[in-house]
Design a protein around this ligand. Structure first.
Ligand SMILES: Cc1cc2nc3c(=O)[nH]c(=O)nc-3n(C[C@H](O)[C@H](O)[C@H](O)COP(=O)(O)O)c2cc1C
Length: 105
């Protein structure tokens, strides 16, 4: 079982989560590939049986770097059918997005 853990992180919070996620997945006996978003190639998605993606919350959404690799995966997305996926995020507050910014920032 091959698991790809891909993440974006500027100040390290999501990176810490990605490493914890990778460690947990490794404990199941899976082979782990841990990569920052900018280092991921479509081949990495194809090679994985499971794909876990982590992003900081930016204005209530995923970061542009993570969205970019998802958009770039259009060339292989028909070959990703049947794979298992998961996602995680770190944020600065309990409220997110433009409405929450008034309270959290
Ligand atoms: C451009 C930008 C937008 C953000 N937007 C939100 C937001 O909408 N809600 C929130 O709770 N935190 C927001 N944050 C805080 C980050 O989500 C939080 O600090 C996160 O843990 C950063 O992850 P990182 O350390 O992996 O970069 C924002 C931070 C930045 C830089």
């Amino acid at each position: 079982m091959n698991i790809l853990v891909v993440y974006d992180s500027k100040t390290g919070n999501t990176e810490k989560m990605a490493k914890a996620v990778a460690k947990g997945a490794q404990e199941t006996g899976a082979k782990i590939v841990l990569k920052r978003a900018e280092n991921v190639k479509n081949q990495d998605f194809e090679d994985a049986d499971g794909i876990l993606m982590g992003s900081p919350t930016y204005f209530g959404q995923m970061s542009a770097k993570l969205k970019h690799i998802i958009d770039d995966s259009i060339g292989v997305h028909t070959r990703l059918t049947g794979k298992v996926g998961g996602a995680f995020t770190s944020s600065g507050g309990t409220a997110t997005g433009p409405a929450g910014m008034r309270r959290t920032w």
